[in-house]
Ligand binder design. Structure first.
Ligand code: C2E
Ligand code: CA
Ligand code: CA
Ligand code: CA
Length: 279
């Protein structure tokens, strides 16, 4: 028996690179992450630039891994998509965000809305609108308090299907936001036929405000585009006062970024942001 196990070890040793073995282990752990209750949400404030009021938060998922600690989404969401567990994770995220919003309501922190990120795979799920509708009902939340973030590139993969799905979500009454705007290839014509509410200026453009006049021209163009479409604008990745001044001057509606707050656990948001709500 001893020799057999040694042989099988050698077999694995030769056929799997270290990276592949690591991936297998992570994959196995990730499959059970939802049932083991290892996922967490953190919440990043979205602030109205005209008066500094807290108008909402974006929910961002993390994986509380028993050995690795708090794993950021960039390190497991792509894997979750590959191995087919993103739907389960996505459903958990929507439910957890809605539950948190309802909990805050009860605790006297009445946030107008919460935003969640959808993945490309979720857009292909026929059951998505029904899942969302059921969740909103379960927590008796008005649909417009839930905002769904989809990236430009997700929509461009299959514009007709995306349009049909967004229309269905819009009929439910949820808000729809275009994430990472400016990094994809959508046209004004395309955006015009989608039922959108908000456009998030990608942080790569915000980062260079104050450094590069070309980027400032791009940001101005994006803002003008959003205004033409009648959409609310959010600047992501706002890190300093100079960027904030520029964005305020350009009359961007909302800001999100480390300058205001990092993504926070629910309790921290409650204690530190309560007084920033609009009366
Ligand atoms: P995203 O949707 O573009 O989220 C913004 C990311 O920028 C977050 O990283 C946030 O922590 C970070 N960020 C916020 N403010 C600043 C800033 O001032 N400076 C800089 N440098 N970064 C800032 P995070 O939480 O690591 O999330 C990364 C990406 O993972 C997200 O990008 C989103 O695409 C994805 N993601 C997060 N949560 C979920 C989820 O529940 N489902 C899905 N499908 N994807 C998610
Ligand atoms: Ca987002
Ligand atoms: Ca983004
Ligand atoms: Ca400049």
């Amino acid at each position: 028996a001893k020799r057999l196990s040694r042989n099988s070890f050698q077999f694995f040793d030769r056929s799997l690179t270290e990276g592949a073995l690591e991936r297998l282990i992570t994959e196995h752990a990730l499959r059970g992450a939802v049932t083991r209750n290892e996922l967490r949400l953190q919440y990043q404030p979205q602030v109205r630039l005209s008066d500094g009021a807290l108008v909402g938060v974006e929910a961002l998922v993390r994986w509380q891994h028993p050995d690795l600690g708090l794993v950021p989404p960039g390190q497991f969401i792509p894997l979750a998509e590959d191995i087919g567990v993103i739907s389960e994770i996505g459903t958990w995220v929507i439910a957890a965000a809605c539950q948190q919003l309802a909990d805050w309501d009860r605790q006297g922190l009445h946030l107008p809305r919460i935003a969640v990120n959808l993945s490309a795979r979720q857009l292909d799920e026929v059951a998505l609108p029904a899942t969302i509708a059921t969740t909103l009902q379960a927590f008796t939340l008005q649909p417009e308090r839930l905002e769904l973030e989809v990236t430009e590139s997700m929509l461009m993969r299959n514009p007709d299907a995306a349009r049909a799905l967004l229309s269905e979500l819009k009929r439910l009454g949820t808000r729809i936001s275009i994430d990472d705007f400016g990094t994809g290839y959508s046209s004004l014509a395309m955006l015009r036929i989608l039922p959108l509410d908000q456009l998030k200026i990608d942080q790569s453009f915000v980062r260079d405000i104050g450094a590069d006049d070309n980027d400032e021209a791009i940001v101005r163009t994006i803002i003008a585009m959003a205004r033409t479409l009648g959409l609310e604008t959010v600047a992501e990745g706002v890190e300093d006062a100079e960027q904030l001044a520029f964005l305020s001057h350009e009359q961007v509606d909302l800001g999100q970024g480390y300058h205001f707050a990092k993504p926070l656990p629910a309790d921290d948001l409650l204690t530190h942001w309560r007084e920033r709500l609009s009366p």
